[in-house]
Design a protein around this ligand. Structure first.
Ligand code: KG4
Ligand code: ZN
Length: 342
């Protein structure tokens, strides 16, 4: 089966052709045009501008993805498109384009929840996660913990009550006068810093639920900068460490409670090396009590290019949750979530 995926939920215009074979999902082409450099000028995404860029890019990106795959549109079995959550103007560009193509080319059309799409970046390639598994989604708009029993069968465990982890990275980066997107910038700076030199809170790290809260951390950074002038590399290291500590602690707690042998991480922040190395350390190293306690949990993380927004993950989600609907009934819905999935 060959699927054309389209993703336009925010400031990336993406199209990909993926193929399901007996050995797994293979990417035939994966094209991403980003207006991030344009958005960087303003320190964040301006919705109207992002939508205008989507309109300019969508057709060239689809043409390029077909050309790079070596296939023609006649060879495509179905089209998958992100229908939410995201920015309404951006989403509409992908959804309306997909409706037209599906109608004119007479292909089945599958709507995909962007958040599910992120998890499905883990199903690209030959090595994929095993069920039951715990999913941690950490992106610019979401921080969610989900227990998966099977494809399409999951339980939402908790999520952020305010800012997402990526949003916290971005907002703190702005306070440090670093460009957008801030996550990779904080990470680069943090390599030269000492986290122990700047004390920051770890919001909700000990709460009994699986919810998160990151807005207090950003406020703590803002207040700190009003009072003192810490070394910016130390501050970046401390911000990164605080976010990673909360994410790792809650993820491990959920993995233990739900007795999973498999964790998968998804979303832009999954590209963070500190997060992935600390998760690895926790599941394969002795506990802090000195006992040789191996949790023996497998960790699956997509390669960094598949962690951030792309259309290969959208097409892959459609392969494993193949539910085409009448193209004319598909609606862009900016408010979709994992508890309100379609
Ligand atoms: O998943 P994504 O590409 O878009 C959304 O759906 O939100 O995630 C973007 C987020 C941004 O907040 C960005 O700062 C963050 O992912 N990010 C990172 C890293 N790379 C991207 N955060 C921390 N470390 C990174 N290496
Ligand atoms: Zn995303």
């Amino acid at each position: 089966m060959i699927i054309l995926g389209l993703e336009t939920s925010c400031d990336e215009t993406a199209a990909a052709i993926v193929q399901k074979t007996e050995s797994g999902v293979r990417i035939l082409s994966n094209v991403v045009a980003s207006s991030a450099t344009l958005q960087a000028k303003y320190g964040g995404v301006i919705p109207e501008q992002a939508a205008r860029e989507q309109i300019k890019s969508i057709i060239p990106v689809i043409e390029e993805s077909l050309q790079a795959s070596g296939y023609r549109h006649e060879d495509i079995d179905a089209i998958a498109v992100t229908n939410g959550p995201g920015l309404i103007g951006s989403l509409l560009v992908g959804v309306e384009t997909a409706k037209v193509l599906a109608t004119v080319w007479q292909k089945p059309l599958i709507p995909v929840n962007h958040l599910m799409g992120h998890f499905y970046a883990n199903w690209i390639g030959e090595q994929t996660p095993a069920f039951p598994c715990l999913g941690l989604l950490v992106s610019g708009g979401h921080t969610d913990l989900v227990f998966f029993e099977d494809h399409g069968k999951y339980e939402y465990l908790g999520g952020t009550r305010d800012d997402a982890a990526g949003e916290c990275f971005d907002k703190c980066a702005r306070l440090l006068n670093l460009p957008y997107p801030g996550g990779p910038e904080i990470s680069k700076l943090a390599v030269h810093g000492d986290a122990s030199k700047v004390n920051l809170p770890r919001p909700m790290i000990d709460s009994r639920d699986f919810d998160f809260s990151f807005s207090g951390l950003k406020t703590a950074v803002a207040n700190l900068l009003k009072e003192t002038r810490p070394n910016s590399a130390d501050l970046a290291a401390s911000i990164e460490q605080a976010i990673v500590d909360v994410l790792v602690t809650k993820t491990i707690k959920a993995a233990q409670k739900y007795k999973v042998k498999q964790i998968m991480v998804a979303g832009g922040v999954a590209a963070n090396q500190k997060l992935t190395s600390e998760l690895k350390l926790k599941i394969t190293h002795p506990s802090s009590r000195g006992k040789n306690l191996k949790l023996e949990i497998n960790l699956h993380i997509p390669p960094p290019t598949l962690c951030t927004d792309n259309a290969a993950m959208i097409a892959t989600a459609a392969i494993f949750n193949y539910q085409p609907i009448n193209p004319l009934t598909i609606q862009a819905n900016p408010n979709l979530s994992l508890t309100n999935p379609s």
